[in-house]
Ligand binder design. Structure first.
Ligand code: BGC
Length: 353
């Protein structure tokens, strides 16, 4: 047993008149996860490769000040509604709500000031034998971002001795509303360079193609014969620039794929692997979909060590309900009623091969 302090907390500045803290969770493998109470951001995850060399596999920034300029949602907790809603328009029980249009004509990732841009409250720190956790919470007041309901998210972020980052979400509301929470870490299993040389397997037989503004057309299409077929392990860069209308629209991958399991059931999302370091990341979730995004818009964004990111320096596997679900009745429902509890669990597990 290494004698380590599992949970450390330091002051990290102030935002919206609230103190911000940076947590460091350490496990028995010596891996360290840093989490900011601003935005529930996963700031860094330092873990070993096959030779025991440590590297940070998460894209992020050096300071709170730099995150306040963030427009790429690096590592952030995203909600109350993650991903896009066409023209920011929803209707609940015949009442129409106009949400922010902060991504071209559409709503994206919670609107102008989503959960990623708020300071979360600290609910609890939990040190157990094989796992350490912090529980964070934020309430979005009724009408904020034009969304109905006082919506409270509780997010438990854990690091286990099995080298798993575990995200347990629960949320409640006092008025019928829509919710879709995710986490937006960008991974680079080498710790540097492009991620196009990583390989990926996705437990997804179907995907939801999009129009030119990245809103699903409503079709649920087989990945067979398309660049979206990761049913067998494939190098991410192989077909990223394929002459296919969808990879052209996304400038690479920026799409929701349908996870091959019943809605709400916990199971495998995918496995990423980087051969030179031997690092592999398995992703599991209760969510029905996953946004596979290859960091096509990262170029020039300020990263760690005050160094600008390059295009495709990170990839995201954002477990989620499908984009534009409120307007697509055949997609799994995103409605949350009072007296119901929303739950979501996503795990990123790191192994070396
Ligand atoms: C979206 C991308 C967007 C990125 C950062 C992803 O979830 O699908 O289109 O550029 O988040 O905002």
């Amino acid at each position: 047993m290494i004698d380590i302090k599992q949970i450390e907390k330091v002051a990290w500045g102030k935002h919206d008149d609230k103190d911000v803290y940076l947590y460091t969770l350490t496990n028995q493998k010596g891996s360290q996860l840093k989490v900011s109470t601003y935005g529930g951001i996963l700031v860094s995850f330092v873990t070993a490769d096959k030779n025991g060399e440590m590297a940070d596999v998460l894209l992020g920034k050096d300071s709170l000040e730099d995150y306040l300029k963030n427009d790429c949602y690096l590592g952030a907790t995203v909600g109350q509604f993650a991903n896009r809603i066409a023209k920011g328009k929803i209707s609940i029980d015949g009442v129409e709500y106009q949400l922010a249009t902060n991504n071209g004509p559409n709503f994206l990732h919670g609107g102008d000031k989503g959960f990623d841009s708020h300071v979360f409250d600290i609910v609890e720190e939990i040190s157990e034998e094989n796992v350490s956790s912090v529980v964070l919470s934020h309430t979005s007041p009724d009408g904020f971002e034009n969304l109905p309901g006082n919506v409270t998210l509780k997010l438990k972020i854990s690091l286990t001795d099995e080298n798993e980052i575990v995200l347990d979400y629960s949320a409640t509301t006092d008025k019928k509303t829509i919710v879709n929470f995710t986490s937006h870490p960008y991974f680079n299993l080498k710790g540097e360079g492009e991620i196009t040389d990583h390989s990926l397997l996705l437990n997804c037989k179907y995907y939801t193609p999009v129009d030119e503004t990245c809103i699903p057309t409503g079709e649920i299409v087989s990945v067979k014969g398309t660049p979206f077929d990761f049913t067998e392990e494939k190098v991410i860069g192989n077909e990223i620039d394929a002459d296919h209308d969808q990879t052209q629209i996304g400038i690479g991958y920026d799409h929701n794929l349908v996870i091959n399991k019943p809605v709400g059931e916990y199971g495998l999302v995918g496995i990423a692997y980087e051969a030179t370091t031997g690092r592999s990341m398995e992703v599991y979730s209760t969510e029905p979909g996953v946004q596979f995004y290859t960091g096509n818009w990262l170029e020039g964004d300020l990263g760690k060590n005050q160094t600008a990111h390059i295009k495709r320096q990170g990839f995201c596997l954002e477990a989620q309900h499908f984009p534009d679900s409120p307007n697509q009745p055949h997609f799994p429902s995103v409605i949350l009623n009072p007296n119901e509890e929303y739950t979501q669990k996503t795990v990123y597990k790191f192994v070396v091969k």
